[in-house]
Design a protein around this ligand. Structure first.
Ligand code: NDP
Ligand code: SSN
Length: 340
């Protein structure tokens, strides 16, 4: 069934600088061709579209803001209601539960903390599934494991609605700057339909087929990220201990073959022991934990990630769960002191 909602994208896109984003779209092997503006414009006559957004944390807030700024008709919900206020001030509508948002919107996005909250919001009492019906779509952007995503898919599909998992790579600033990378899987027709909305919030999007594949890709990316952060932390502390300026290390890395934006962005703050939260440490540890379970399920050895996970667990035990993931360096400092 064609969703009436999606026909209104031309109205939305006319208000949005569309060309720079479409020109940045990457061309992954498994992705199908990007829908052109003219294709969308041909559907221009149908009804008004309504977008729901659940979960207004570090990531959800700027993503929903970008949809509103692009002219979308957005309805929000967050467990802690006060976090809706900045969005309501921008013109968003409010509903009192995920069920009510889903019932009042054509497509609903969710960006919540972890598998437990994703299941709760989608399948729990007054959850999304109880407000879904044929012709609607549900897009879960939260980082979860494949089993969670498949469970949510089953609940949504049972209502006749469509499901897409769409976790993102990219943190707070890319979310603010609409530079996220969507790693999607699930119902292809929903992927095609929501592509213009993903392009409002991100710089590129990938489609990986069956539900679970997007979740797996995201967990693998973040498993690598966690190992990089742990190794980088060791390097900063080692450079200091041998009398080198860690800022020099960061500069050398930035010009090297192993340069990563994360090192240049977070490194100078880590040297000053500052960890303003962009990607919470508790979520990074959750992602490595889920990646390790994924690896175990296929008997893939991941000793480097396992070691990084231990370090993140130590950092959590020091009360750093809500600090930025770069605070993992503190776990190594404490170890050094213990052994001194
Ligand atoms: N921050 C980052 O750099 C990135 C994060 N991610 C992933 O995106 C997701 C969100 O991350 P982020 O925005 O940083 O996280 P935050 O911790 O800032 O926000 C978490 C959101 O989930 C909601 N939530 C938590 N538990 C429940 C529950 N039981 N029921 C309903 N809502 C709940 C919170 O509501 P409340 O306000 O009431 O607490 C909040 O809206 C996570 O899965 C994370 O791994 C992905 C890419 C980058
Ligand atoms: O899940 C968090 C990832 C953050 C990032 O991609 O920099």
């Amino acid at each position: 069934m064609a969703m009436a909602f999606f026909s209104t994208f031309p109205r939305i896109l006319n208000k949005f600088k569309f060309t720079p984003i479409s020109s940045n779209i990457s061309k992954p092997l498994l992705s199908l061709p990007f829908k052109t503006f003219s294709f969308l414009a041909s559907d221009a006559s149908l009804a008004e579209g309504r977008v729901g957004f659940l979960g207004l944390g570090i990531m959800g807030t700027p993503m929903a803001q970008n949809l509103i700024k692009a002219g979308c008709d957005v309805t929000v919900w967050n467990r802690t209601k006060s976090k809706c206020d900045p969005l309501l001030n921008l013109g968003a509508k409010y509903q009192s539960s995920p069920k009510e948002v889903a019932a009042n919107c054509d497509v609903t996005f969710a960006m919540v903390a972890d598998p437990e909250s994703a299941i709760d919001v989608a399948c729990g009492k007054n959850g999304v599934a109880s407000g879904m019906s044929p012709g609607k779509g549900y897009v879960d952007i939260s980082t979860v494991d494949g089993a969670t995503s498949k469970l949510i898919n089953e609940h949504i599909k049972a209502t006749g609605a469509l499901f897409l998992e769409a976790p993102v790579s990219g943190s707070k600033k890319p979310a603010e700057d609409a530079q996220l990378i969507f790693l999607t899987a699930g119902e292809k027709s929903l992927y095609d339909s929501v592509a213009p909305l993903l392009d409002i919030m991100g710089k590129s999007r990938f489609y990986f087929g069956e539900v679970g594949n997007g979740a797996a890709m995201k967990l693998i990316v973040n498993m690598i990220r966690g190992s990089m952060m742990a190794s980088f932390s060791e390097g900063i502390l080692l450079s200091k201990k041998v009398g080198l300026d860690p800022n020099g290390l960061i500069e050398v890395l930035s010009q090297s073959a192993i340069s990563a934006p994360m090192y240049s962005h977070k490194g100078p703050l880590m040297v000053k022991s500052l960890y303003p939260t962009e990607a919470p440490l508790k979520h990074q540890q959750k992602d490595i934990r889920l990646a390790l379970a994924l690896a175990e399920s296929v008997s893939q050895s991941t000793p480097v990630a396992a070691a990084a996970n231990e370090l993140f667990k130590v950092a959590k035990s020091y009360g750093l769960s809500d600090a930025d993931s770069s605070a993992v360096i503190e776990a190594l400092k404490a170890k050094s002191q213990d052994s001194a």
